[in-house]
Design a protein around this ligand. Structure first.
Ligand SMILES: Cc1cc2nc3c(=O)[nH]c(=O)nc-3n(C[C@H](O)[C@H](O)[C@H](O)COP(=O)(O)OP(=O)(O)OC[C@H]3O[C@@H](n4cnc5c(N)ncnc54)[C@H](O)[C@@H]3O)c2cc1C
Length: 467
């Protein structure tokens, strides 16, 4: 079993950005968000523990599930083991778009499960978006949450058709469908000459690191034990009436176990072929000055996502840095998630070009951080959530959309563990068939081929149908 602690290590400043004159700024290949709140990891597990539930992985999935369970059954004894610190994985690392999307995109989900079941699942995730805001206010978490929705935008006619199709699906779901905004209407919301249309979607922007750290405090305050710097080195299912998690400092034995390690989930033989870690990159600028901010109409500060297979997106942070992300999503042979891939010069170039494309007036804005992280992609582009049938539960396959969905899935896992049949525990993707990837080298070759087709669809939208 290979656990991968990923606190920022020796991938600091390796280059400088000299654009726009003035002093060159160092470019770090470390996660920007981590600089917004320092972390003192808690003590590791020391000794042997017997409890009701053990959770492996202290990200949003593990902690939302632990929290929801404890709310439902206050007497339950719950232990979370986390290899590094709570939130050190994708949860504290993402780009902070709080979206209702389940899996890779709406169309893939509707194709897989049909309109009616998609409607129920999407409404539950919509509720989670509202509840996240409420949770932060209730627990005094300053997650820099801006509940202002975001735009799905188009830069060519083919993408406009994708937006029209998504709007038609939302109408079929009986939900209030967004209007398709034309170039002029979009220009009033986001002053980019590249954008020819868009639709506004309910959601929010958040600082993911502050959210997950705040969540970890709330989880502890609720009486849940979180053991940081505690990697599960071995997981033994169903020994002597309990599941055992071995760690360097001791063991946790529990009646029920949740495996919630996201892109690391392939470390467990049961899921070896289910999750493919795809690298996704972001670049963050130095804070924009008032003069720079005044150059672009963007009063509502909504994030936006371009409707592509390999989405690209941009948002402002609370401190008015510009974050641009997405583009190519490389996969490295053998599910290689090594930190050296945090630095990727071709991804940095694509993000620089993306910035210049959307906002030519900001083309000389300097990046201070360019970094990557691993998405947990599934072959069917939908999450895999359920139980192995013996008191072992799992959730992975968020495909890059997990901030709100992990909250919803936390409730689903709660209900599954408590053996309750609810709208959450019967969401369409729960307990369903789980498509798998072939073994290497076929997995690698297959991903390369798939990525090639998807990127060609993005580059030649008129010729090849996509999404
Ligand atoms: C670059 C990037 C950008 C993203 N942007 C967005 C976005 O803008 N909006 C959005 O909705 N979603 C986004 N996502 C997806 C979202 O962040 C994830 O879906 C979500 O954080 C998943 O939470 P999790 O708890 O399942 O996983 P994680 O947060 O990855 O938690 C898993 C934890 O398991 C731990 N672990 C691994 N192995 C072991 C072991 N053996 N023992 C103990 N612990 C272990 C890890 O250290 C980690 O902390 C993004 C993801 C990435 C990578």
């Amino acid at each position: 079993m290979n656990h991968v602690p990923h606190s920022d290590t020796g991938h600091g400043a390796v280059a400088t950005d000299r654009r726009g004159g003035g002093q060159p700024v160092p470019v770090k290949h470390t996660i920007y968000w981590r600089e917004t709140e320092t972390v003192e990891p808690g003590p590791p597990l020391d000794g042997d523990v017997r409890c009701d539930v053990v959770v492996v992985g202290g990200g949003y999935t593990g902690m939302w599930t632990a929290y929801q369970l404890k709310q439902a059954e206050p007497s339950m004894d719950i232990h979370v083991v986390e290899a590094d610190y709570a939130g050190s994985g994708a949860s504290g690392h993402g780009d902070g778009f709080v979206t209702p999307t389940i899996g890779h995109n709406l169309a893939a989900f509707v194709n897989a499960f049909g309109i009616d079941r998609a409607k129920v699942a999407y409404s539950l995730v919509g509720r989670s978006i509202l509840e996240l805001d409420r949770f932060c206010r209730q627990h005094g978490i300053d997650a820099q949450l801006e509940p202002n929705g975001y735009f799905q935008v188009a830069t060519n006619a083919s993408q406009m058709r994708w937006l029209e199709r998504d709007i038609a699906m939302i109408e079929q779901m009986g939900a209030r469908a967004p209007k398709l905004l034309d170039r002029a209407a979009m220009a009033r919301r986001i002053g980019s000459p590249e954008i020819i249309g868009g639709m506004e979607i309910s959601g929010a922007l958040v600082n993911p690191h502050r959210l997950v750290r705040g969540l970890s405090r709330a989880v502890r305050a609720a009486g849940i034990h979180v053991h940081e710097r505690t990697p599960a080195t071995e997981v033994i299912r169903g020994v002597g009436g309990g599941h055992v998690v071995r760690t360097p400092g001791g063991t946790v034995t529990a009646d029920k176990m949740l495996l919630a390690t996201n892109a690391h989930q392939h470390q467990f033989p049961e899921f070896r072929r289910e999750v493919k870690p795809l690298w996704s990159y972001a670049a963050v600028s130095e804070p924009l000055t008032d003069r720079q901010l005044a150059q672009v109409d963007w009063a509502g500060r909504e994030g936006f996502v371009e409707a592509l297979n390999f989405i690209v997106f941009a948002r402002l942070t609370a401190g008015n840095r510009l974050l641009v992300g997405g583009g190519p999503a490389p996969y490295h042979y053998g599910r290689d998630m090594d930190d050296r891939h945090m630095r990727n010069l071709s991804a940095a170039t694509v993000l620089r070009q993306t910035l210049a494309r959307y906002f030519p007036v900001w083309k000389d804005v300097r990046f201070t951080h360019v970094y990557g992280g691993c998405l947990d992609m599934t072959r069917d582009f939908v999450p895999h959530v359920g139980t192995l049938g013996d008191g072992v539960f799992f959730a992975h396959g968020y495909c890059g959309n997990g901030v709100a969905l992990t909250h919803t899935i936390g409730k689903a896992l709660r209900d599954l563990m408590l053996d309750r049949e609810t709208a959450y525990s019967t969401m369409p993707f729960i307990g369903g068939p789980r498509k798998t990837y072939p073994a290497e080298p076929l997995a690698y070759l297959g991903v390369r081929a798939q990525n090639l087709v998807l990127s060609l669809q993005d580059r030649f939208p008129g010729l090849l149908a996509g999404r």
